[in-house]
Design a protein around this ligand. Structure first.
Ligand SMILES: CC(C)[C@H](C(=O)O)[C@@H](O)C(=O)O
Ligand code: SF4
Length: 467
């Protein structure tokens, strides 16, 4: 057999019928409240039932309030959306983790913690950041609402065989560099269209060294490089994470699964449609300065001058970004004062992220005038964090300790950056108005977000050592 990529192997296992698009079997369908109501409505109109309710799991994340105050203000539209979701799931017999339940959380966070997302699977969800789940060596991608309906009705999907891209991160980054810094640096290097239309496989020493949480952070942002999804070959780190999870196979089935999962890797000599090689040694803590994630530089760097971009489109984009961000070329990244800090989202809202931020904050205080929020990625993350006292560390530092949801990442649920405000945010998107009208977003790691909160300007954790 010809050498095959990891993506190719998983794809081929799931093809039912070949064509310009292939008909693909879907192993797991995740649902949230925002992109599924019309799909269920479509099914009803067509008089169809959900074919495999046992292969779907739903939760509420985008529109849920994250504070007691927010809960009391839950507006008509959101409340209605949550009610519709509950009714749809009940009628179809789909497992739902609703607001207020112990399994609730951001859809891309709960799948892994339950052990639902496993190597070799095809996983879809009506949400672009489904890419996160590729970290397990699965093909996981976002779909539109009409495709959600198709999957509900048939458990299959028509999709063109994706082109593939290898992003190899050679060597190890500088100490203090996180998975978020790696993924931002990769996008800065290859650009927001660098992975256009492809399925990116991340590999190399720096990727293999990451724990599952970091791998999820990396794959989460494949979308911001234009890719359909990201993935990482499963290895001992993956298996150790999955062993003993609630929905992981057990006993003899676990052994059988392992035998199979160990075959899930790109064969030597397999050809990718595109390749990028990045040297990790040059990468340290990053922060975005503009209005797309590729407009990023090292925290040691300065805001670039638009003229420094050779490409006219990039130059124009930089000009526009600097105007929106109210930044002057040549400004040191560390001199950018912030008003808001957001730690959370499907990029960086897992327990490991909260631990890393709390380690930076222990015994320190948020700078006067800075509003700081920490929003666990799931209710389970919240519970586990509280069990180890992280909530106390955040509260003592002056952070608001919230309940799980997408929160300020998307600014549509009552949590938003104030107009004209400037945030250090652990989320994944920084376009105009993403975190609220007029809000300016700087994408950073949890460690850097915590350090920025303490210093009142963009910073990395190392900056606090002299503090
Ligand atoms: C609402 C949803 C469709 C959207 C996505 O697909 O990513 C959201 O999660 C986002 O991050 O912008
Ligand atoms: S946390 Fe943000 S990026 Fe992730 S699913 Fe929610 S809105 Fe999308």
């Amino acid at each position: 057999m010809a050498p095959t990529t990891l993506a190719g192997k998983i794809w081929d296992r799931h093809v039912i019928e070949r064509g310009d698009s292939d008909l693909l079997y879907i192993d797991l369908h995740l649902l949230h409240e925002l992109t599924s109501p019309q799909a269920f409505e479509g099914l009803r109109t067509a008089g169809r039932a959900v074919r495999r309710p046992d292969l779907a799991v739903a939760t509420a994340d985008h529109n849920v309030p994250t504070s007691a105050e927010g809960l009391s203000l839950l507006d008509g539209l959101s409340a209605r959306q949550l009610r519709i979701q509950r009714d749809n799931c009940r009628q179809a017999g789909i497992e739902l983790h609703p607001l207020g339940s112990p399994g609730q959380g951001i859809v891309h966070v709960i799948g892994p913690e339950l052990g639902l997302t496993q190597p070799g699977m095809t996983i879809v969800c009506g949400d672009s950041h489904t890419a996160t789940l590729g970290a397990f060596g699965a093909i996981a991608f976002g779909i539109g609402t009409s495709q959600v309906e198709h999957v509900l009705a048939t458990q299959t999907l028509w999709a063109p065989r994706p082109r593939t891209m290898a992003v190899t991160v050679r060597g190890m980054p500088r100490p203090g560099t996180t998975a978020k810094d790696l993924t931002l640096a990769i996008i800065a290097r290859i650009g927001t269209a660098g992975g256009a239309g492809t399925l990116i496989e991340y590999r190399g020493e720096a990727i293999a060294a990451l724990p599952m949480e970091g791998r999820m952070t990396v794959c989460n942002m494949a979308i911001e490089a234009g890719a359909r999804s990201g993935m990482i070959a499963p290895d001992e780190t993956t298996f150790a994470y999955l062993e003993h999870r609630e929905r992981s196979p057990r006993g003899r089935l676990w052994e059988q699964a392992l035998d199979d999962w160990r075959t899930l890797r790109t064969d030597d000599g397999a050809v990718f449609d595109r390749e990028a090689v990045i040297d990790a040694a040059s990468i340290g803590p990053q922060a975005s300065w503009g209005t797309n994630p590729a407009q990023t530089t090292g925290i040691d760097g300065t805001v670039p001058a638009p003229e420094s971009f050779a490409d006219p489109a990039e130059r124009a984009a930089a000009e526009r970004a600097l105007a929106y961000m109210d930044l002057a070329p040549g400004t040191a990244m560390r001199d950018i004062a912030i008003s808001t800090v957001f730690i959370g989202s499907c990029t960086n809202g897992r327990l490991a992220d909260l631990r890393a931020a709390a380690d930076v904050l222990r015994g320190r205080r948020v700078a006067p005038g800075v509003r700081a929020l920490v929003v666990p990625g799931s209710t389970r993350v919240k519970r586990l964090a509280e069990e180890e006292g992280l909530d106390e560390v955040f509260r003592a530092a002056g952070f608001e300790w919230r309940s799980s949801g997408c929160s300020m990442c998307v600014g549509m649920n009552g949590d938003a950056v104030e107009p004209g405000g400037r945030s250090a945010s652990t989320s994944n998107r920084n376009f105009e108005g993403r975190q609220g009208p007029g809000a300016r977003t700087h994408l950073v790691s949890p460690e850097s977000a915590a350090a920025s909160a303490v210093l009142g300007h963009l910073a990395s954790a190392a900056d606090l050592r002299e503090h």
